[in-house]
Write a protein that binds this ligand. Structure first.
Ligand code: PEP
Ligand code: MN
Length: 263
């Protein structure tokens, strides 16, 4: 994962001419969870209109409580693929265990590894064997070095299409859900050739602070962002409190264009 391996930086190429790690800041947006056909189609239409290139949506959800909504599973994956095909948006969704890799393969363009699985080394090793990009999120108590070592588990298996994601870490501060470590972005840019994205939604956990953290991540040099957007966040089954309304997202996208062109 070290910068010296590829000093010019890794660029990932996707269909429709989309790249990650090149000049353009790529935005992946959508609800925390896929909830219904109506919800995901509406979310897709709105994030696409605002300029997102990827649609995010969890079909398998790592919830703190086993009694919370756990995701739609295969049915959710099918909806994601369908809406991806009809809108041209690329699809990213979380893989929680090895047995889901094969199941998810036809439905997603990127496998997301969540914070809670950043050190699930068996899962990472298995993802090193697939030929599909992986977005690896930083663990809630993981150092930057541990994140890079986890990336090595995937890279050393032969899968070189890895993106990293800063999504906030747990600190003594309780006002925000997590503490978004903006400094991790320039540190990782220097240490590693891999693209680094910011997730301001989980990073701060409070809807009204998400735009500021998104702007900060881009100003700090992030290659892209992962942002939660829902057609009706107050009705969201997960992470509603940190999820943007479509209008907020579209305003943010305009602000990001100005910042990205200045970085
Ligand atoms: C998510 O992206 O919805 C998610 C569960 O993120 P994290 O793994 O960073 O908590
Ligand atoms: Mn979420």
């Amino acid at each position: 994962a070290g910068r010296s391996f590829r000093p010019e930086g890794t660029v990932l190429h996707f269909p429709n001419g989309v790249t990650v790690g090149d000049k353009e800041v790529v935005v992946m947006a959508g609800p925390c969870s896929v909830e219904s056909r109506e919800q995901i189609f509406s979310a897709a239409e709105k994030v696409k209109a605002a300029g997102a290139k990827f649609l995010r949506g969890g079909a398998f959800k790592p919830r703190s409580s086993p009694y919370s909504f756990q995701g739609m599973g295969l049915e959710g994956l099918k909806l994601l693929r369908e809406v991806g095909n009809s809108t041209g948006l690329l699809i990213i969704s979380e893989v929680m265990e090895i047995s889901q890799i094969e199941l998810m393969m036809p439905y997603v363009d990127v496998f997301q590894v969540g914070a809670r699985n950043m050190q699930n080394f068996n899962l990472l090793r298995e993802l090193g064997q697939v030929r599909k990009p992986v977005l690896l999120k930083r663990g809630i108590a993981a150092t930057i070095e541990e994140l890079l070592l986890s990336a090595e588990y995937i890279l050393s298996g032969g899968n070189y299409e890895v993106m990293l994601c800063e999504r906030g870490i747990r600190t003594f501060e309780t006002y925000t859900r997590n503490t978004m470590d903006i400094s991790a972005i320039p540190v990782i840019k220097k240490l590693s050739h891999l693209p680094i994205l910011g997730d301001p939604s989980h990073g701060v956990g409070l809807r009204d602070k998400v735009p500021a953290m998104a702007r900060a991540a881009v100003a700090a040099g992030a290659d892209g962002l992962l942002i939660e957007v829902h057609p009706n966040p107050d009705k969201a089954v997960s992470d509603g409190a940190q999820t943007l309304f479509p209008e907020q997202f579209s305003k943010l996208m305009q602000e990001l264009r100005v910042i990205a062109s200045a970085v």
